[in-house]
Write a protein that binds this ligand. Sequence first.
Ligand SMILES: [Zn+2]
Length: 389
Amino acid sequence: MLLRNLHNVRDNELIDIKISGTEIEAILPAGMYMSRGEQLSVNFEDALVFPGLINSHDHIDFNLYPQLGRGDYSSYVEWGTDIHSRCKEAIDKVLNIPKELRIQWGVYKNLLNGITTVVNHGEMVETKNDLIDIYQQCNVLHSARFEKNWRYKLNRPFAKKQPFVLHIGEGRDVPSWEEINDVIKWNIFKRKIYAVHGIAMDTVQARSFDGLIWCPYSNYFLIGKTADIAKLKHSTNILFGTDSTISASWNLWEHIKMARKEKALSNVELFDSLTTAAAKAWNLPMAGLLEEKYNADIVIAKRKKNMRGFEAFYALSPEDILMVLHKGNIRLFDSSLLHQLTSAGINVSAFSKVVLNDSHKHVAGDLPALMKEITSYYHDVVFPVNIAV
Ligand SMILES: [Zn+2]
């Protein structure tokens, strides 16, 4: 497959990308490759291209919740206690939906945002899914105050040689800061730990972690404060996470815009937190970059007028996404490409159509059927997309 005439976010170059199987075979200046007519070629106009994004924190089966809580909590402990007493009905409605359906929706939530790898926090999920990668090769602990026997689990002799991931310092009170010290003190064997949130984390503490997964949207919604990334980035690696819709918007691009307003990371650093830095942290050597031999995990989006490079990237919304490829396969495309893909012989019957604001997206699999099935369990569930009529 040949994808033609794309503006590379990183350097503004106009390129063509040739894909072979699951990999990027070649990246060439636009128009250089002489197609011999043997392959599918898709032409774009005014389109940006970037690697499939890596969401380093989500609870894949928690994405049918509305945002729960009144906000302005001192910590996640206060939030957890409050929603379990006041929002029981809302929680039960979602838990009434079979987990497999909730997981499948979580996959689509990520795909609609241009995410091709999501790091799941929670129990290992086993699901029939080939739309995106669900990364689970880590030792998941909930948090110091909600995970029973976390000290033992962190230090158990036969813990898999995989990084540990836990929510930590999710609050603006002293106990949230102290729990970070507690985890550092009890990390006897110096396990690799990726901390999620770290709102209360200071720069000295940050040095004890392999990375901090920043989820600014969730932090502002729950605590009204986020981590001091401008300082912490000098002490640890910063990755980006959305968290689930129980504490954040489904829309990654709102999170990214919020992060950018913090002015804590440069344009490149924020982009890297969703691509190369995350690929390095999760040991995905062939992800996060548009380069020859890398995975053909690729997102193409409509460029807003007169915008270039990172300025154009940070102005995007999910409706601007024209195509998502995962391991060389088209998983989502915009209806503006339907004619081109049909003429090229792509089997569009394997896709279903949904409406996202004013745009129509075709996604692999039967999303409308999934939405109807979920609705049969939870009648007033609200999706960010509608079924096309
Ligand atoms: Zn979380």
